[in-house]
Ligand binder design. Structure first.
Ligand code: PMP
Length: 383
């Protein structure tokens, strides 16, 4: 019996959800998954969602996305977007990414991916029958090497995939890095797919720079965003795509054909909460404190952490625990101590080599991190 297409063979087994399930069964403190535990979703959004359901907004709506939401979103960016021609509301950034890949990659086309990367990228790329070309970035600064990036571009390259602020590394793309990407895109006539799901999580007074803010990239960029993290509503499945009008027309046709639109009452609730632009809703001060606490806790047991400038993860190199493969380290922490972290391998293309790092999600209540700290007190390197 057929068990799937050839393109499915390129999709790696989904490591993270298996791990989370096992951790939950064991009652571990879950610092592996970035599912928001903090901040709490804004009350205004919950109230608007209940009202939207009760008021009868329960059927198909504008499949490009709720008009009020697109209008508010378009105005919320540093470089405003036209809600009619440049914005589409998607079923989370997950759908946005898949639509972006399907919209611009033909079978056999190549896309440059910085590694480590958000695991599901490989699913979207494989679904489009395209081929990832990896460029490795390394701690502590996680910046890429311009020569390595240029070398990854070949005759079949169609796009560069970036993620800023980055999951897992926390790296936030700087102006000079964007300038290099813009120059390469122009020289080789490439698109950039820019995953900006963590746009509102930049710390220490830093600023998120979107691909749409970069001169020369605005017409070459597909920006993928989401309310999952910015407003802690990952279960509502509301994301968006921003692209120039001609690209938007193509992306919308795929989005509408695949989904029939994102959840209607929930889009309305987000739009009417009045919180889209982040003026009256800023989770950064809280998250920055949680970041500092996570870094303190894990440095305290000897792991080598760089304090991330953005996102909601700390990457920790194993340091004194480096004799252990990162997967056995994670297993030991989960089974012996009840603390669940994500092994670095999950974010690499070669799952067989040892990554030497773990990822720690810090968008959790303080009490959660305190429990983890208590449980880690007896942690020692293996002899
Ligand atoms: N991109 C990155 C980098 C992510 O971390 C996530 C969610 N963890 C997504 C995309 C998907 O977000 P959404 O919930 O909007 O589908």
């Amino acid at each position: 019996m057929a068990t799937g297409t050839r393109r499915l063979a390129r999709i790696p087994a989904d490591g993270l959800s298996e791990l989370i399930e096992a951790g939950r069964r064991m009652g571990a403190v879950d610092l592996a998954l970035g599912s928001p535990g903090w901040p709490r979703p804004p009350k205004a959004m919950i109230d608007q969602a209940c009202a939207a359901l009760r008021d009868g907004n329960n059927q198909y709506g504008d499949m490009r996305g709720n008009g009020e939401l697109r209008a508010a979103l378009g105005q919320s960016f540093r470089t405003p977007a036209d809600p009619d021609t440049e914005l589409t509301i998607t079923v989370g950034a997950a759908e946005g990414l898949a639509v972006a890949m399907l919209g611009v990659l033909d079978p056999g086309d190549e896309i440059v991916v910085f590694e480590p990367f958000f695991e599901p990228y490989l699913v979207s790329i494989a679904t489009a029958s395209a081929v990832p070309r990896f460029v490795r970035v390394r701690p502590p600064d996680w910046r890429w090497d311009a020569t390595a990036l240029a070398a990854a571009i070949g005759p079949r390259t169609k796009a560069i995939l970036v993620n800023t602020p980055n999951n897992p590394t926390g790296h936030v793309l700087e102006e000079d890095e964007w300038a290099v990407i813009a120059e390469l895109c122009e020289r080789h006539d490439l698109l950039v797919i820019s995953d900006e799901v963590y746009a509102s999580y930049v710390y220490d007074g830093g600023q998120h720079i979107s691909a749409a803010d970069v001169p020369g990239l605005r017409d070459r960029a597909i920006v993928v965003g989401s309310f999952s993290k910015s407003h802690a509503i990952s279960g509502w499945r509301i994301g968006f795509l921003r692209a120039a009008p001609a690209l938007t027309r193509a992306l919308r046709s795929i989005h509408i054909g695949l989904t029939g639109g994102a959840p209607v009452p929930l889009q309305q609730a987000v739009a009417r909460s009045g919180l889209v632009d982040g003026q009256d809703w800023d989770p950064r001060p809280d998250l920055q404190q949680l970041r500092d606490k996570a870094v303190r806790i894990f440095r305290g047991v000897g792991l080598r952490c760089t304090s991330p400038r953005g996102g909601c993860y700390v990457v920790a190199e194993l340091g004194p625990y480096g004799r252990e493969d990162c997967r056995s380290f994670v297993r030991r922490l989960a089974i012996d101590l009840g603390v669940l972290l994500a092994p670095g391998q999950l974010f690499l293309s070669d799952r067989t080599s040892d990554s030497g790092f773990v990822r720690i999600a810090f968008n959790k209540p303080h009490a959660y991190l305190d429990t983890a700290q208590g449980r880690l007190a007896t942690l020692e390197p293996k002899r």
